[in-house]
Write a protein that binds this ligand. Sequence first.
Ligand code: FAD
Length: 479
Amino acid sequence: NRCLMWFRADLRTVDNTALIQACQKYHSVLAVFIATPEQWASHDVAPIQIDFMRRRLAVLQSQLAELNIPLRIEAVADFNAVPDCLTTLAHDWQAEHVFCNKQYEWNERQRDMAAGHALAEAGIKFSALEDTCVLPAGSVLTRQGESFRVYTPFRREWLRLFQQSPALAQPVPQPVSPYDCADRFGSVIETNFEPSWMNYPMADSSRWPVEENSIRDALMRFCIEHIADYGEQRDFPAVEGTSKLSPYLAIGALSARQCVSAILHEYPHAIEKQDAGPFVWLNEIIWREFYRHLIEAYPKVSRAQPFVGWTRQVTWHSDKAALARWQQGETGFPIVDAAMRQLKATGWMHNRLRMITASFLTKDLLIHWQAGEQWFMSHLIDGDLASNNGGWQWAASTGTDAQPYFRVFNPTTQGKKFDPNGEFIRIWVKELENVPDKYIHTPHEWSGAASLEYPTPMVDHKLARLHAIEAFKQAKATS
Ligand code: FAD
């Protein structure tokens, strides 16, 4: 008996719920990945993330080969074409069942519903399993049975449920090789590993290793060497204080379960010591779960809607020149510019800087958060709808449990606090390399400013702050 394992954002053989089920229930498993370049373009998927996935797929292919599971790569235009593609493949392969792990984003859910119908019509079973979160979306609810809108009570309930069933943190078993051998699969597996979707624009992701050992070592090294200091170091972009595992979590090369199980392996009492580094890190994994649960419970969030309805009335500025200065890191605020230049050059940005730059765009420039969300998505190697949208709506004060609109980050003060000597700024804003520490956050006030080829601040923060607060107040009053 035969089945198909459909890989999407779960590019790993280790701790993969759908894969283990497929292997346990069927003798022959064929794996498939369906590239959808036009869909990716409409979702603004970053070229660096596509390159990263392409490299990871090659690793996945060889890992699967060790299990006697061939990986076939298909390419269609977009999600509309997926049900046909999947049904044809399942039919040709005489598969009785298609397995995959659930995705919570709206378009992905619509695609899966259509795929399920098409497969059912062809008499083929379809199972989409819970895998992307430690606690499945929909399982962490208020006493009234509703989804949480606020993080802290969500976390409390998450921890309560988790402590009741600590087995939830155990990675699922490693699949064993199904019985059939690859060479019995015939023409179905003759796959071209460099298909047409390779024409999708690519950016070099080779700084990020994709081999299984490298990813596992990075997780273990972080848990052994850095996690204890995470609470103190995580906000300083010049310090290697965070795990940098988000790219792997985003494409599913690593699972949240693996992260939680690694924490508890090194620090079995992590949950009891809530001010220590291991718990602070676990807290971030729970934030990731919170945003995933939100997009599942409130589909409007992944359909370009603000969570808080009245914020639709905010009169955003549509200033293309200002947006371009933010995108290119030419705002005249050194910490903002360093961060934006780092993003463009590397596809990466530190969490503190994501908060500062997002606040600058949405408050100081009063530009719509969706412009920022889109720019981040199209450049980040760890681009992820739930976390990116969650982060943007938090910073823009349009989201659930967001930063209140009257609390506006001061980019200069943030810079002074989190990059005191400008160590990070000097890496990315070369024009400021020789500015004395005292003026690194306010170079226009330095006596040598005239010699700098660096813009003066594009806004007066104090005025911009008042303007933003007023715009939000008015929106609230008129709604
Ligand atoms: P660590 O500090 O080591 O945290 C461990 C893991 O926890 C991360 O890998 C990530 O999966 C999760 N995590 C950490 N912080 C958050 C958070 N605030 N929200 C949700 N999950 C979190 N994260 C993405 O994965 N993809 C995005 O597209 C994304 N866009 C963002 C946009 C904005 C405006 C903001 C403010 C945050 C965004 N984040 C996003 C969240 C966060 O910035 C990154 O997850 C984090 O910087 C990744 O670095 P790390 O792996 O070293 O994190």
